[in-house]
Design a protein around this ligand. Structure first.
Ligand SMILES: Cc1ncc(COP(=O)(O)O)c(C=O)c1O
Length: 439
């Protein structure tokens, strides 16, 4: 009887302290995982581009990142004027502010959009964000439940996928072609989902100067997408960081400007037309959506920095942002031309690539035998050229034979040299593969 009692006590002790005993045998890393980290961290993925950028040294020709050319940043005199304005308004600029952003900046942004984009939102339809990346995070927070269906393009912007997968979205991928998202494919998918009683939350798209595909969605497809949004009752997230970096006069209007039913949540940023260091983005959407995004933002950072907002406001108010845009377009057009000319001259005929009319990127499709991820480190080490393997942009595991080339940072001469080296490198790989397959 006594021994039974002791035995039961021992069993009880072991079970009640099982976790503690289990934890005692763990390494420090495992401890963090067990005690500190939430189950959500499993769904945090590192961006291939960010990892890749760590490898890039000064002797590498990098087509990898999408960083703007510093020559497009405002000049020193303009900045001095703006900083004087900030100092004059020091009591506001150094203070906490409104979560949705200072009313004066939202007013200037509304006028800016009205002058340049053809829509003029009210102040409570705008929220200022820390780059448009934060707007994506806010949308993820307020809209995605575990398993919520979200449509993205194939390929799509990696950091949007990072946000949506953290919030446990279920992705539906729709292919792109030279005219943007294949809305006919989307329609078929929607029909299938809704016929089974399912529904989608939103379609995320980068219609103008796509990252990574370098495409522009045609006007017909823009209209079709909005018709589908109305018919099937979903939102459209229009991510527009590159809409001002255009190289022709024939870019179709923004989705938001032809949206009659308030279906579009429009995101933009000063990152590519002023400088990403300012971290100034904004979202425009229905009042209730913006209010919810504001509530989510309170818990993240209370408010956007008043200091940066005052700088942005000054540049918008004085028209200096618009004045700088033609120069910015010229700089990138020259680089885009250099890349396309070099590709036309050096690249072999089996490769296909997009011819961007906006944005920073050319996207390349190589023969199926080529795995661009497997070749990347060799390319960096031997020919000293970096690119981004395309597979990371595909949520369906595709795109092994694709890659993204950014022309935003290197000079035209460097672009030509880099494309020449890359073409020879890839050509040798293809030739070797086909010899191996043949023999
Ligand atoms: C498609 C897309 N969306 C959003 C962002 C984020 O931009 P921001 O610097 O405004 O956060 C980027 C940045 O490159 C982008 O390419």
């Amino acid at each position: 009887m006594y021994y039974n009692l002791v035995l039961w006590k021992c069993i009880y002790f072991i079970f009640s302290n099982f976790k503690a005993i289990y934890l005692l045998g763990m390494s420090e890393d495992m401890l963090h995982r067990e005690i500190l980290f939430s189950t959500r961290v499993k769904h945090m993925k590192s961006s291939e581009i960010r990892e890749l950028l760590k490898l890039i040294s000064a002797d590498i020709i990098s087509f990898a990142g999408g960083a703007p050319d510093p020559r497009t940043f405002p000049d020193e005199e303009q900045l001095r004027e703006a900083f004087d304005y900030v100092i004059e308004n020091k009591s506001v600029a150094f203070q906490y502010g409104v979560t949705e952003g200072t009313p004066s900046l939202r007013k200037e942004l509304s006028k800016f959009m009205s002058r340049n984009l053809g829509f003029k939102p009210d102040l409570d339809e705008i929220i200022i964000t820390i780059g448009s990346q934060e707007a994506l995070e806010l949308i993820g927070r307020v809209s995605i439940d575990r398993g919520s269906k979200v449509v993205v393009e194939l390929p799509t912007y990696i950091a949007a996928v990072q946000v949506f997968s953290f919030w446990r979205a279920k992705f539906i991928g729709i292919p792109l072609d030279d005219f943007g998202m294949r809305t006919d494919v989307l329609e078929k998918k929607l029909r299938r989902i809704y016929s089974k009683g399912g529904y989608i939350k939103f379609v995320y798209t980068i219609p103008t100067g796509h990252n990574p595909a370098g495409t522009v969605m045609s006007l017909d497809r823009r209209k079709h997408l909005l018709e589908l949004a109305e018919e099937y009752n979903f939102y459209v997230i229009e991510d527009d960081p590159y809409g001002f970096i255009t190289f022709t006069e024939t870019i179709p209007p923004r989705l938001k400007s032809i949206d009659k039913n308030d279906r579009v949540i429009y995101l933009s940023t000063l990152s590519k037309i002023f400088g990403p260091g300012l971290r100034m983005g904004w979202a425009v959407g229905p009042k209730e959506v913006i209010r919810m995004m504001g509530l989510a933002k309170q818990a993240i950072d209370l408010c956007p920095p008043n200091f940066n907002q005052a700088v942005a406001e000054y540049f918008l108010k004085t028209g200096m942002i618009e004045d700088n845009i033609p120069k910015i377009r010229r700089i990138y057009r020259e680089k885009r031309d250099a890349m396309l000319e070099a590709l036309d001259e050096y690249m072999f005929k089996e490769a296909k690539w997009t011819r961007p009319e906006a944005g920073f990127f050319v996207f390349m499709y190589l023969p199926k035998t080529i795995n661009t991820k497997a070749l990347l480190y060799e390319a960096v080490n031997t020919i000293k050229v970096a690119y981004v393997p395309g597979s990371g942009f595909y949520i369906n595991g595709g795109g092994q034979n694709t890659l993204r080339l950014s022309y935003s940072l290197p000079t035209p001469d460097v672009i030509r040299e880099g494309i020449k080296r890359l073409s020879e490198f890839l050509y040798n790989k293809i030739r070797r593969r086909s010899i191996r397959e043949y023999t």
